[in-house]
Design a binder for this molecule. Structure first.
Ligand code: 3HC
Length: 311
């Protein structure tokens, strides 16, 4: 006896009931095209961010001030590469190849986090990146562990375990520098001054300016909004700065009656200029990525011939 295929309305109703029941949507489940597209965009851009984020720190491996700090930095950067791989694998479950994601990145059709378009000028920047950039990333990623798409949620659980080490090692670098000479203390404060606002921008535009947040919240892809996560990050990080004698570069920062902080205005012109490709390092980051991808073609080809990889 032939069974009648469920209508699109029935499929949508089943999808929505799973989301409402906090069930994970898996790759073989029916999902609205818009949900799939939203995930393709967000997860692949997340993966691009992890991999391009290796560049500013990679420049400092040979200049790390001690063998211990070099080993820690090497481990962190290696973790980031692995995070990129988990996330590309999660994105590929949506039916698009890694090669396609990379090609979209190279032709400017895909984004990566704007924060990685700033230069790492000295060792204090490596501390600020770990403390602030990974600190912001983990604030976002802990929330994303509850995202509705199964493969993305499981990737986040694994990534968050490593991300907390990244944040702590960065904060340790800043702490040590603040216990150092006056010059080292000035370097740490200068790095905080340069990385504070780009770290706040990592959470994206304000909720009322965010093109994607309403769908993201409706489908439980995001569990907290851009502004909620930014405020969480600020309220966690400012006491850490004050504990080691650093001053957050926000002249309009307010401590509210409920003991939470309200930050000053973010320079959204700077944000959109960097997102559009006009940041200090955009061209350098993309050229480096293209060069590395081209130089690695023989590895992919060998893996393909050996049957370890499909084209
Ligand atoms: N840099 C570049 N583009 C950004 C951005 C940023 N900091 N913030 C927002 N955008 C883009 C969005 O991608 C979107 O453009 P698109 O529609 O072409 O993709 C546009 O600006 C509007 O922003 P929305 O808030 O509407 O977009 P989202 O709902 O996607 O929110 C996001 C942006 C908060 C980054 C969200 O995509 C997200 O949570 N992504 C997952 C986490 C992530 O990607 N983090 C990046 C850093 S990973 C990292 O730091 C690694 C760590 O180990 C160091």
């Amino acid at each position: 006896m032939s069974t009648i295929a469920p209508s699109k309305e029935q499929l949508l109703a089943e999808f929505e009931s799973k989301i409402a029941a906090e069930m994970k949507i898996e790759p073989r489940d029916w999902m609205p095209d818009e949900y799939r597209q939203h995930l393709v965009r967000q997860i692949s851009q997340h993966a691009h961010s992890e991999v391009i984020g290796m560049q500013p720190e990679g420049n400092w491996i040979t200049r790390a001030p001690s063998l211990r700090s070099k080993k820690i930095l090497l481990a962190k950067i290696q973790d980031e590469g692995g995070h990129g791989l988990y996330l590309y694998s999660a994105a590929e479950t949506l039916g698009i190849s890694r090669e396609q994601f990379i090609q979209w990145l190279h032709v400017g059709k895909a984004k990566y986090s704007s924060v990685f378009n700033y230069p790492a000028l000295n060792w204090a920047d490596i501390g600020a990146i770990g403390w602030l950039v990974d600190g912001a990333a983990i604030t976002n990623q802990v929330s994303l562990q509850r995202t509705s798409y199964g493969p993305y949620s499981r990737a986040m659980v694994k990534i968050c375990k490593e991300e907390s080490f990244h944040q702590r090692q960065g904060y340790e670098i800043m702490w040590k520098m603040m216990e150092g000479t006056k010059d080292q203390q000035q370097m740490a404060q200068d790095a905080l001054n340069r990385w504070w606002w780009p770290a706040l921008m990592m959470f994206g535009p304000h909720d009322n300016e965010s093109a994607n947040t309403s769908n993201a919240m409706k489908w439980k892809i995001k569990r907290e909004s851009n502004d909620q996560l930014r405020e969480k990050f600020i309220n966690k990080t400012i006491p850490q700065a004050e504990l080691i004698g650093l001053k957050v570069p926000d002249a309009n920062l307010q401590l509210l009656d409920d003991e939470t902080y309200k930050h000053g205005d973010i320079d959204w012109n700077e944000f959109w200029e960097v997102v559009k490709g006009n940041g200090p390092c955009n061209q350098q980051r993309l050229e480096h990525h293209k060069r590395a991808h081209d130089n690695g073609a023989w590895v992919r080809e060998t893996a393909y011939v050996a049957g370890l990889n499909q084209k």
